[in-house]
Write a protein that binds this ligand. Sequence first.
Ligand code: SAH
Length: 232
Amino acid sequence: MKTIAIIGAMQEEITPLLAYFKDYDTKNIGGNSYYIANYKNYKIIIAYSKIGKIHAALTCSSMILCFNADYIIFTGVAGGLSSDLKIGDIVLATSLCQYDVDITAFGHPLGFIPESSVYINTNKILNDIAKQVAKDKNIPLKDGIIASGDTFVSNRDKKQWIIENFNACAVEMEGASIAVVSNLLNIPFCVIRSISDSADDNADINFDEFLSTSAIKSASFVLSMVDKIIKI
Ligand code: SAH
């Protein structure tokens, strides 16, 4: 039986998924609860990692090494960097980077770690499925680079700095962890985010207001993807 893992960062990001699957077992590893449901010959494992790159790396590693996940999907919310992204819009990561990695003192590019790369690409098959879902449901889907770092970005200068240095269209705090771990362990992965704020001076207020509606949008998009993945 194949396994699809769906990861969020915060409880609010997975609540809509748990409401959908209803019947699930729970297993605890490393301070996280993993919810295991059976769905049409597939196993679906859902967890929220807690905020930030380290927590997300632990959850993603556990999904692959302890639960044998065959696919990793991240669902959640993000700050929009591109001016054409509005609150509630859905973004598909083409690649992810860690904007807060800086060993430029040694002559390396910003965001680069030796034996790794600044950008890690997401999986084409999963991305094509996301594009198909968007087409079927008539949802405008923006794809682009998503930048991750351990800061909630709520400042115009920082936002501009990330755009200029990484050409990213959205910013969040976990996606690059999913990319690093899944890529190293050879598991296909994708990152779907719905915009909760614009990473500007109003970001904290917007985030609180739109977290739940944007989280629902991302989760329901991912549920439609699951229905296509199980037909691969
Ligand atoms: N309000 C929360 C903290 C939210 S941190 C609390 O008090 O506990 C923001 C979360 O949403 C992270 O998981 C991150 O991935 C995502 N996110 C949304 N907008 C963001 C932004 N502008 N900058 C960074 N992360 C953002």
